[in-house]
Design a protein around this ligand. Structure first.
Ligand code: SF4
Length: 311
């Protein structure tokens, strides 16, 4: 068996920042710290923090008045920020700056009178947060069928935006369909799919022809991890999206397989290594690390914490 380890894989700059922010908040303020929604969409990470005294909530009302609440990497709507202020919470904003950029684009387009056709997955935390910036001006479309079903006037003033963790290929199709239907539509250049999503997808696309099986470390509710498994499936490879080695079944593999291993932007590297170690032990696999693209991106801690870390 041969293992090809895809690079880049795993944590992106936004996830690194959000995790460091929560660790710093725990150190400075002690537990409990409340986090609005999952800090990142990864079950092992959420469990680790739960064990350290972090309480994950789905509504601001669950946070006792005066306590500390941290907003996850996916961002929140202005309504949530307002609600936190009203409850006198100490809010720490660990929204990824690349999500914030989309929020700002939404605000600007809405202010300029555009109806925004926002390509994203209905109900995803990031989509809910971005929509909250201009709920009257945003219509969510998921795929080309949704574009075909739109009944907006042909001569309207339209702009498009995208969620940051979509499939690059599918999103291009949706944007092309929007441009065909509403040629006057404007957008933020190409799309808002972030560098980390694009690079991880590019690595899988480049390496998948060499593989028989693809293992993606990541949670089922992680959008960017699911897209990686999807690319492998579309290439007719056996493909599995798993949180950890405990979910892996040796019956998935033949001894002569080439196994491509990658991880979504919220999946921790120790779980990747555990999978590799298991395959090396069980199948005497050799490991080859392949770099498709270098990444050198990092984001500073949220401003509410930067001051505390300096002091
Ligand atoms: S996947 Fe992209 S947008 Fe999401 S946290 Fe990471 S860098 Fe930010």
């Amino acid at each position: 068996m041969k293992i090809i380890l895809a690079n880049p894989r795993g944590f992106c700059a936004g996830v690194n920042m959000a995790i460091e922010a929560l660790e710093t908040a725990l150190k400075k303020f002690g537990s409990p710290i409340y986090v609005y929604h999952e800090i990142v969409h990864n079950r092992p990470i959420v469990e680790r923090f739960r064990n350290k005294g972090v309480i994950f909530v789905d509504t601001i009302d669950e946070v006792p008045a005066g306590q500390t609440v941290l907003y996850s990497a996916h961002g929140v709507s202005p309504e949530i920020r307002k609600h936190s202020r009203e409850r006198n919470l100490r809010a720490i904003d660990a929204t990824c700056p690349l999500v914030t950029k989309v929020h700002m684009e939404a605000v600007k387009f809405a202010k300029d009178g555009y109806t925004i056709l926002y390509i994203g997955h209905e109900g995803h935390d990031e989509v809910v947060g971005t929509m909250g910036e201009a709920p009257e001006s945003i219509v969510v479309v998921e795929d080309v069928e949704d574009v075909d079903a739109l009944t907006l006037p042909a001569d309207g003033k339209y702009a498009f935006l995208t969620q940051t963790t979509l499939s690059v290929d599918e999103t291009k199709l949706v944007i092309d369909r929007l441009k065909a239907k509403y040629p006057q539509i404007i957008g933020p250049g190409k799309d808002d799919i972030c560098y980390a999503t694009q690079n991880r997808q590019e690595a899988v696309r480049d390496l998948v022809p060499e593989a028989d099986v693809v293992l993606v470390l990541g949670s089922q509710n992680s959008s960017n991890s699911s897209r990686l498994a999807e690319i492998a499936r579309l290439s007719d490879r056996r493909s599995y999206l798993i949180d950890s080695v405990a979910e892996m079944d040796d019956a998935w593999f033949c001894p002569e397989d080439t196994v491509l291993v990658t991880a979504g932007a919220s999946a921790p590297e120790d779980h990747v290594q555990a999978v590799v170690d298991h395959l090396v032990e069980k199948f005497q696999a050799t490991v080859e690390s392949r770099v498709v693209r270098e990444e050198h991106v990092s984001f500073p801690l949220p401003k509410e914490l930067r001051v505390l870390v300096r002091n």
